[in-house]
Design a protein around this ligand. Structure first.
Ligand SMILES: [Zn+2]
Length: 283
C-alpha cells in the first residue's frame, strides 16, 4: 500500500455508524454472522440495530449533522422503515456480515464468493435507498489486499476498515494502489498512555467514559479523525444485554456531546463521501 498523505491543514471529524445485526459475532466455518445473547450464539436478530439507528439518526438531525452509515445488507433489508436513513450517507458493510479474510470465522471466501458478497451488499443499498454506495467497511474490520482489490474492481471509491495510529496528533487518509482512498479509523494513547480506538465500543461497554473521547478530540490536530459506533450498541451491550430506554438515550446523547465538542474545537464534521470529494478535488 502506497502512503500518500493529503490535507495536512484540514481538521475533520467523520462520524460513522455500522448498521449491522444485533450484537454480532462470527461462527467458525460459517460465512454469515449470528447474534449473541447472554454469551450464547443465537440466530441473527435486527431489532436493537433498527431501534438504535432511529435514536442515532434523530440525534444527528437535531444537531444538523450528516454521518456515514455502513449498512450490512440483511440488516438494511430488514429495517421496518428506511426513511430513518434519510439525509445520511449510505455505504456498505457486507451482506450477511461476512468475514472477508476468515480471520474470525476461519473460512476464507474465494474470489467468486468475495465478488458475490460485495455485489449483493451494493445492490441492497441501491435497491433500498436508491443510491450507488461509494464506501465500504469490512465486517470485524477484517480487510486484506485481495478484498481491497475486489472493492476497487466493483467501483468503490473508498474503504474505511483499517485502523491507523495517531502520529503527532494526526491521521490522514491515503490513496491505495488501485486508486481508492483509505479513510482509516484511529488508534491513540489516552491521557494515561493506554491505547484507545476511535471506535466507541469501550464507551458503550462501560469501560471508558465519554471524557476519553473528548480527550482524543483535543489531542487531534490535523487530518481526518474517523469515529465509529454500532447502531445496536446504544440499545444493548455485550456484557449487560438490553438497555433501559433511559440508558439508550444516555448512550446516544454521549455520542452527540462528543460530536458537538468536535465542532466547538473547530473540527468540520463531515460524512466520508464529502471528505472523499474534497480530497479528490484537490489532487
Ligand atoms: Zn459490523
Amino acid at each position: 500500500m502506497q502512503m500518500r498523505p493529503h490535507h495536512h491543514s484540514m481538521r475533520v471529524l467523520a462520524f460513522t455508524v455500522d448498521l449491522d445485526r444485533d450484537c454480532n459475532t462470527a461462527v467458525a466455518g460459517e460465512m454469515a454472522a449470528v447474534s449473541r445473547e447472554r454469551g450464547r450464539s443465537v440466530p441473527p436478530r435486527y431489532s436493537a440495530s433498527a431501534e438504535g439507528m432511529e435514536a442515532i439518526a434523530d440525534m444527528l438531525r437535531s444537531h444538523s449533522l450528516r454521518a456515514t452509515v455502513f449498512a450490512e445488507g440483511d440488516t438494511l433489508l430488514s429495517l421496518p422503515d428506511a426513511s430513518v436513513l434519510k439525509g445520511q450517507e449510505l455505504a456498505c458493510h457486507g451482506m450477511g456480515h461476512e468475514d472477508l479474510t476468515g480471520g474470525h470465522s476461519g473460512l476464507v471466501p474465494d474470489d467468486d464468493e468475495l465478488r458475490g458478497i460485495i455485489r449483493r451488499s451494493k445492490e441492497a443499498v441501491s435497491s433500498r435507498c436508491g443510491i450507488a454506495p461509494r464506501g465500504f467497511r469490512a465486517p470485524y474490520l477484517n480487510i486484506d489486499p485481495r478484498a481491497l482489490a475486489h472493492l476497487g474492481e466493483e467501483g468503490f471509491s473508498y474503504d474505511s476498515s483499517i485502523t491507523a495510529p495517531v502520529v503527532d496528533g494526526s491521521v490522514t487518509p491515503w490513496r491505495l494502489e488501485n486508486g481508492m482512498l483509505e479513510m482509516p479509523l484511529a488508534r491513540d494513547k489516552d491521557s494515561e498512555g493506554r491505547t484507545m480506538d476511535s471506535y466507541m465500543w469501550a464507551m458503550h461497554e462501560g469501560r471508558r467514559p465519554e471524557e476519553d473521547y473528548l480527550g482524543m478530540l483535543e489531542r487531534f490536530q490535523a487530518g481526518a479523525l474517523v469515529m465509529a459506533t454500532h447502531s445496536w450498541h446504544v440499545v444493548e451491550s455485550v456484557r449487560g444485554g438490553r438497555r433501559t430506554k433511559g440508558d439508550t438515550a444516555a448512550q446516544t446523547e454521549a455520542i452527540g456531546r462528543v460530536l458537538c465538542r468536535a465542532q466547538d474545537l473547530g473540527f468540520e464534521v463531515l460524512a466520508l463521501d464529502e471528505l472523499e470529494r474534497r480530497i479528490s478535488a484537490d489532487r
